[in-house]
Design a protein around this ligand. Structure first.
Ligand SMILES: C[S@@+](CC[C@H](N)C(=O)[O-])C[C@H]1O[C@@H](n2cnc3c(N)ncnc32)[C@H](O)[C@@H]1O
Length: 213
């Protein structure tokens, strides 16, 4: 019941936002339809998945799914200063809903997702929105051109988060790092703001930080 109400609320919020960018409506509905047909919340264990997790040093639980609604991401990214001159990279992008939010603001958008199943389903609609979703380990993502890096790292272990923090250090100084549930707890990152926002599983904290180098 709680999940159904949240789904309704977040979808209504998204629709109210996406209609202001008519060319994003079809990609948004395309992602939604795929989610209805093939749930991202049930990941199938396979030999390939075991190999991937072994390579990235992660556990199955770290693949726990949850999304950032479009309206939440638009509000957050704008608050973090993302605009038409920016480039957002989502590390652990899932089906790429956040990438539509970056496009809504006119920014370039790249998502890096470990699971090929998500990429295969979502890359087409995202491409039509001008966003790119690629398969890969976020800990090896190219962040050189990013102005904003977003990661919904709620389910990641401290070890995996530490690997991502090392990757954040390859960003240019001044890059904004946006993290869900926990801040970046390491030298060189300054908290600019903190927000309570709505996600598909409930209310969660988000930190906007700047990498100072
Ligand atoms: C909680 S979901 C967030 C999806 C999306 N960022 C959003 O907020 O709507 C986290 C995603 O990270 C992916 N993931 C976990 N470890 C990863 C890694 N090492 N590299 C890339 N993606 C990873 C999972 O498969 C999952 O799809």
């Amino acid at each position: 019941m709680y999940a159904a109400v949240l789904e309704l609320l977040t979808r209504l919020g998204d629709l109210a936002v996406v209609v202001w960018r008519p060319r994003l409506v079809a990609p948004y509905l395309g992602l939604w339809l795929r989610e209805v047909l093939v749930s991202p919340y049930r990941v199938r264990r396979s030999f390939e998945l075991t190999r991937l997790l072994h390579a990235s040093g992660q556990t199955f639980n770290e693949l726990m799914y949850g999304e950032t609604p479009l309206h939440t991401a638009v509000w957050l990214f704008r608050k973090a200063g993302l605009d038409g001159g920016g480039r957002l990279v989502d590390l652990g992008a899932g089906r790429g809903r956040t990438l539509l939010a970056a496009r809504w603001l006119g920014a370039q958008a790249l998502g890096v997702e470990l699971l090929q199943a998500h990429v295969a389903l979502a890359a087409g609609p995202l491409k039509r929105a001008g966003a790119e979703l690629v398969q890969g380990d976020a800990a090896h993502a190219d962040l050189q051109d990013a102005t904003h890096v977003f990661t919904n790292w709620t389910a990641l272990t401290p070890e995996t988060r530490a690997r991502l923090i090392e990757r954040f250090r390859t960003c240019r100084p001044g890059t904004r790092i946006l993290t869900v549930t926990r801040p970046v707890e390491a030298p060189g990152f300054t908290v600019l703001s903190r927000h309570w926002l709505l996600f598909t599983w409930g209310i969660e904290q988000v930190w906007v930080q700047e990498y100072r180098g």
